[in-house]
Structures are given as C-alpha cells and as structure tokens.
Design a binder for this molecule. Sequence first.
Ligand code: PHE
Length: 403
Amino acid sequence: MTPIDGSQLDLADLAARSLDELGITDAAALEAVFTRLDAGLASEVGALQDSAGTADAIEALRVRWLGRKQGIIRSITDGWLKNAPGELKRIIGQRTNALRQMAEEQIAGVAKQLQLGAIAEENSQGRQMPLPQSDWAATQNSAAQQQLSYVPSPFLDITLPGTHRPAGVRHPLRQVINDMVEIFTSLGYSVEDGPEIESTYFNFEALNIPEHHPSRDDQDTFYITPETVLRTHTSPVQIRTMEKQSPPLRIIVPGRVYRRDAPDATHSPMFHQVEGLAVDTHITFADLKGTLDYFLKSFFGLSVQTRFRPSFFPFTEPSAEVDISCLFCAQAGCRVCKGSGWIELLGCGMVDPALFNFVQYDASQYSGFAFGMGVERLAMLKYGVQDIQQFYHGDIRFLHQFR
Ligand code: PHE
C-alpha cells in the first residue's frame, strides 16, 4: 500500500488516518508528525487570539482538538495509540499527553481573553463588572499558558510607569511616645488614656486645684462650658484611673493637652504630655527619683545626670522639678541651657494624700508618686529641634529626617 501524503491533510484528517495509512513506522516519523500537530495547535490558537474570536469559534476549536468523539486527540488515542507497536506506544503516549495539556491550557487562555475583553467593554460603557476571581492565579499555571494567554487588556498598560508609593515614617512625636512607653512598660507600667474634653472636676477639683487657683484662669484654659474644658494636662487620668482600679497601680498616660498659649518657637496651644502614676504601699521619694533617673538615662543616654529641685503642684506634696545635665554643652553653659548647664524637664512629686480622699484610697495605707512631662520638649532636646511648630506643619522634609 502506498502511504498517503500526510502533509497535505488537515490535522483532523491526519489524526483520523492510521499510522499504516500514513506510512509512519519509526520514532523519527512520529516525532515529525507530532511536531506538526504542536505547531498546528499553536497557530490555530494564535489566529483566534488575533481575531479576538467569538465564543462560538473558541468552542469550535475546543471540539476540534479536545472533542470527546472526534477530537484530534481522541482520534490519536483511539487510532494510533491502540494499534502502535510497543516501542512507538510510549512516544505516542507521551506526545499525546503533552499535546492535550497544551490544547487545554491554550484554549482556556483564549476563552479567558474573550471574557476579559467583554468586561473591559462593559466597563467602558460605564457598567462595572467584577474581574473574574483568581484571574491572576489562572495565568500562573504554566509558562506556556502565561505566554499565550497573557494579553494586555484595557485594564493594564504595562508601558505606563508604575505607581510610586513613597514609604512613610513615624512622626517624631509618636516615636518619642513609643520609646517612652517601651521604657516604662519594661518597668511594669501599663498605658492608660482619657478624654481630651474633660470636666473641670477631673481637670482641676479632684486634683486639689481649687476654684481660685491661677491655673484655672481663662488665660490658660480653653473652656467649652463652665464645667467642661480641653484638658490642660494629662493629670486628670490619674484620678480617672484611681477611681477604676485599686492599688497597686503603675500607669503612664500619653496624650494631647491644650492651653491658651500663643504659638511660638516653644509654645503651642496643643501639645503632648506623658503622665506617670505609681501607687502602692511603701512608695517613697527615693522610688520616684530612681524611676525618673532610670527613665531619663534610658531615654537620653547613660551620661545624663538628673537633678531634683523643690517645686509646687497642687496635687503633689512634696513636689519637684527635674532637670537634666545639658546635652549640648556638657554643662559648660550654652544657649539651650541659658548658661546654667542644666535643662528643666518635668514636674513630679509624691501624690498629695488629698487626692486619695477623692478616690477613696486609704491614705494611711498607700502612698504614691506622679510625674508629667512634655513630649515635644523631650523630642526637641533629643533631636535638636529648634522650633516646636515643626512638629505640626507636616513638612515631609522635616519628617524624613526621623527615619
Ligand atoms: N500636670 C503637671 C503639668 O502639666 C505636671 C505634673 C504631673 C506634675 C504630675 C506633678 C505630677 O505641669
């Protein structure tokens, strides 16, 4: 029998003929015919992609290659594979499997392309259709599929420059607060907060600041109503916490506070404080000194020295002002320390027993200390910031220095 010239046949016809008819008797001839099938599949899929084929055309291609009755692959497995001699069977099996997989992936790829095109069309007409789920994952299945099914849709112009998202930084005040929280939590303190809009009871009365005290003056306080203020310090949270919890107690309270001050290089009507409060049996002034000395050395560096000066606050007795040795001149005297070698930093003292009466703590059993410090002040000293207003301007050039 003279073999048929397979090269003239359509691929479906080719697959329908027997190997005998085609005169294929060895591995080399088999390889050649499968190479032709591979190329045929690729070019048919490619043609469909270029013509942005319809769903019908895609289905026709699928039936032609993968159809269960007369698909090319079915013809090969039914005809060639079954009747081939042993040594050719293995080649036919392997090549047919590869061909089937390629056909499945590539035809699914064109179908996906059609679907995406339809969505783009819908969207361009003002209707929003969701992208099919796991569209990206579907294109990741194999390199071959990626190549053939990856078609730029109107969604994605890969020639456009990417979206640049500059990395942000934590605001220096937040960094300082975080540092402080870390140091104090390592000492067993927990973090509390309270409202910025506060009653005069918590902001003043319960802190032993009677009505005629100068700090209640309109000059210093933003009044909302005669009984409501923007808190002028974080100390009201001392009272709020003691009302809620019984001793022992160790808390710090970072937060915003407000005062009627005209803004300048060292003043702002809004700034931040961190309050501290420890109440327990047998708490002494030595604990207060040790705690603040430890904190300031951890925060500014071990070489910093601390100094406690007598002072007055209505809610602590005795009270003290804490200074640190000047960070800028090694105590030789400079502009920052105004020649004194010391920088005034914070207020503190032993909790005035009068406060315990407000919160029903037994003043004969418990004692405590409290302190309050300005976050901006610490930040300005630590980073050498000259103007407090810089913290509030949101100038990227300023903020990026704190990376
Ligand atoms: N609340 C005081 C202030 O704002 C600081 C302070 C807190 C002093 C706690 C002593 C104890 O100035």
